[in-house]
Design a protein around this ligand. Structure first.
Ligand SMILES: [Zn+2]
Length: 113
């Protein structure tokens, strides 16, 4: 009997085998596993034809396989970076709003670097 990991790569990846934007076929080696928890697997798949990418959550259970995909411009490394980042809080949003109102954020962004 196949293991859960084999089911994921064999059955789960079959669900996301085509690029939703250009309909090209994904090669399994273009898929990179970002993480897995139990039956859930988060995968980044980049299309070598149109260079777009999808983030797919693949669920492999005893009763079947399902997936939800999201077109993204994030690279595999971007996803790893932002997953480890602190969440944006309401205070962060209010701080940016205040900085925009007094114009200091624009000054900071245009003169940095
Ligand atoms: Zn494509």
């Amino acid at each position: 009997m196949a293991t859960s990991k084999n089911n994921f790569w064999d059955d789960g990846m079959r669900l996301i085998s085509y690029c939703p934007l250009c309909q090209s076929e994904f090669h399994p080696m273009e898929a990179q596993l970002l993480g897995e928890r139990g039956e859930r697997h988060l995968v980044h798949v980049r299309c070598v034809h149109c260079h777009n990418a999808i983030l797919a959550l693949v669920l492999v259970t005893k009763v079947g396989v399902s997936s939800v995909g999201l077109v993204t411009d994030l690279t595999y490394d971007d996803v790893l970076k932002f997953r480890a980042s602190r969440r944006i809080s309401v205070d962060d949003v209010l701080s940016v709003h205040e900085e925009l109102e007094i114009g200091s954020l624009l000054t900071l962004l245009t003169h940095s670097g």
